[in-house]
Design a protein around this ligand. Sequence first.
Ligand SMILES: Nc1ncnc2c1ncn2[C@@H]1O[C@H](COP(=O)(O)OP(=O)(O)OP(=O)(O)O)[C@@H](O)[C@H]1O
Length: 330
Amino acid sequence: MASLHLNFPSSSTQPLVFSPLLSNFRTSSFNLRLFTHPAIPFRFHHSNHRRGSLHLISAAFSAANQTEIAGTDSRDSEKKPLLEVKDLTAVIAESKQEILKGVNLVVHEGEIHAVMGKNGSGKSTFSKVLVGHPDYEVTGGSVVFKGENLLDMEPEERSLSGLFMSFQSPVEIPGVNNIDFLNMAYNARRRKLGLPELGPIEFYAYLFPKLELVNMKSDFLNRNVNEGFSGGERKRNEILQLAVLGADMAILDEIDSGLDIDALKDVAKAVNGILTPKNSVLMITHYLRLLEFIQPTYIHIMEGGRIVKTGDISIAKTLEKEGYKAISPS
Ligand SMILES: Nc1ncnc2c1ncn2[C@@H]1O[C@H](COP(=O)(O)OP(=O)(O)OP(=O)(O)O)[C@@H](O)[C@H]1O
């Protein structure tokens, strides 16, 4: 198994997060296995000193009403379910405070689902629980991904089985440049698939159209991952990773936050460009504007750790005009 040993400065004020995709991982525990990108499993050793080390051990990617299961209707009977979440409950690992209080959701191949909801309703927690974030403990319910019990899988297995997550706040990886990072991750995926690795020149030929897809300048390839990137540039970089690595299911947490209107269009175009009838997107957003560019099959409203309503784009239009009071009594 390929292993890359990296040194990086650590900061006492910032949470240490070593995946562009896994933010807000508080890494005070030692030797924590982090799986940044569902595609990119890392082993992390942190000594709480000014320097830490990161071992990239492998990277791969094969990569309503609450009583009803949201996202299911008669039209879905012929479509293959990709993700089936039933009565999912989860608590914060440290405090045992319950955040998810029975989430039900079915996502079929080729569908785009948007999750909306007031601040603090549990949207990000839901997505982090899906990728196996160690801050949370699942206390009940089930999650089946591509026919397999997702909750039985380690975070890296989830990534290997094709789950990708773009976190709300993409993190920096000091000392690792973007193109090397992407190349390593992509090659790991190829190894997993039994394909020969691509050398730097071949990889660049593969990467170049993806850069165009996200309308990103090649200068960003030689910079360290997300280091000094603006908020919008980080989001664009996340989508570049998704475009390079691919996913059966991409979870995009507020991918529109911090984007100017041109960047929003570029990101939406890139997401639309990677959609196939076989993969799906679960996106968390507060705004209609994203949904006008990436048109969802369903919109779900989360409240108090549950999906309390499911519908089409009209829900988002109502929200935009009237706010949450129009669809929720509380
Ligand atoms: N690790 C944690 N420690 C303490 N509280 C947490 C933790 N994770 C989530 N919470 C709390 O759980 C609730 C749900 O948080 P979550 O981030 O899932 O909300 P959200 O719907 O994504 O909100 P927003 O729209 O503001 O991003 C919030 O009250 C939050 O403070």
